[in-house]
Design a protein around this ligand. Structure first.
Ligand code: RAM
Length: 377
């Protein structure tokens, strides 16, 4: 039953995206404001709570094609990346591909160099496609061009490669919407005015940098004039470094009201510090419900936060890679394809001159729904 509801929702959202989808409408197509981002209950948990059950519907995939499909995440040791990889693998298997046709690589550190080494190895293995969560949007261009010149289909997901390095990008949610949503949360939690800080991932992360730029743009509006962004700190998506950076923010800015961490590693590290200290600073950002459940609450350190389903990001990365290798799409704006049970998607123009496919709007995790979601991802 729930699957039917989900299919209808997907179909409706696709039609909506198509209606809105010309030019730079990718951002507008999924343009809920903060209060609309709280999803309807039927919008997914039951579906995602049981990924094992939904793997491999035979009629969806038919006989698997040839080729080897690789996913390169940002780094090892980050549960978000593991969920992204789980979705990629699950979708590949649902399409009938075997273990030997699926390669998952988590580089040792969240650096461009680590990814360049990994991508060179994949080029040597002559894989068919590589989906990359880029640690640096420009530094990977030479190795991506090398791969492309050998016929390997390159896409980014989660964190974008520059437009010249990719065929398209699987974007978890519109950049502008994330910026708007997070700024509204900061303003709300600060009571409309005061100092706030960002605790980001690495300074080169293209996704975090795009969200930070979007937040700063929103903050230029007069509604946000009372807010003062005092620092953007970088915890490099490492737990201890994120803890240290949070402590430094608290020491350096005694009047700080809010920390916004647009990274699952950062928000969890910051939550622990704020709770241990009994700090009055409020926290929001992008977090995994499984890691943040204990910190979400009206009077807790994180009243609410946002994310999307990282498993879906991986799944859509797999469907996009296969569609490119099969020649169903080229990555051009206006093309559409079916991503198995996820339904139909349209490739749209991205603001950087390339194209992208948007998974969906950011999703609000609140005291009311966190228990339902903490076991999902
Ligand atoms: C971290 C990573 C990832 C980002 C999430 C929100 O896990 O930086 O790229 O999408 O946070």
């Amino acid at each position: 039953m729930k699957k039917k509801v989900l299919s209808v929702l997907l179909a409706v959202s696709m039609i909506g995206a198509m209606l809105a989808g010309c030019g730079s409408a990718s951002e507008q197509a999924a343009a809920p404001v903060a209060e609309e981002t709280a999803p309807a209950k039927e919008e997914a948990p039951a579906e995602e709570a049981a990924p094992a059950e939904e793997a491999a519907p035979a009629e969806e995939s038919g006989a698997a094609g040839e080729g080897t499909f690789a996913l390169v995440t940002k780094s090892a040791g980050n549960p978000y990346n593991e969920r992204e990889a789980a979705g990629f693998e699950e979708a590949m298997k649902a399409m009938g591909y075997s273990d030997s046709q699926i390669i998952i690589r988590h580089p040792e550190s969240a650096t461009a160099d680590a990814q360049i080494t990994t991508i060179n190895e994949l080029i040597a293995q002559n894989v068919s496609a590589i989906a990359i969560a880029a640690n640096d949007q420009d530094a990977l261009q030479p190795v991506c061009e090398q791969a492309a010149s050998q016929g390997i289909k390159i896409i980014s997901l989660d964190s974008t490669l520059n437009a010249a390095s990719r065929l398209t990008h699987v974007n978890q949610a519109g950049t502008q919407i994330i910026g708007q949503t997070l700024m509204d949360a900061v303003k709300d939690l600060a009571g409309g005015e005061g100092q706030w800080a960002i605790l980001s991932a690495t300074s080169q992360a293209s996704n975090q940098n795009a969200w930070i730029a979007a937040m700063k743009e929103v903050m230029e509006g007069e509604d946000y004039a009372g807010l003062e962004l005092v620092e953007v700190a970088y915890g490099d998506d490492e737990y201890q470094k994120s803890v240290d950076q949070t402590q430094a923010l608290l020491t350096n800015y005694p009047d700080l009201k809010v920390i916004c961490a647009p990274t699952t590693v950062g928000i969890m590290a910051a939550a622990g510090v704020l709770q241990d200290k009994g700090s009055a600073v409020k926290l929001t950002g992008l977090g995994l419900p499984s890691e943040m459940a204990d910190y979400i609450g009206t009077d807790n350190v994180c009243p609410y936060m946002y994310l999307w389903n990282p498993i879906d990001v991986g799944r859509l990365g797999a469907y996009t890679s296969v569609a490119l290798v099969n020649g169903d799409i080229t990555g051009a704006a206006g093309e559409t394809f079916t991503a198995g049970e996820m339904g139909g998607y349209e490739i749209v123009e991205a603001s950087d001159g390339g194209t992208e496919i948007i998974v969906g709007p950011p999703f609000a995790f609140t005291p009311d729904n966190i228990d339902e979601w903490k076991s999902v991802y």
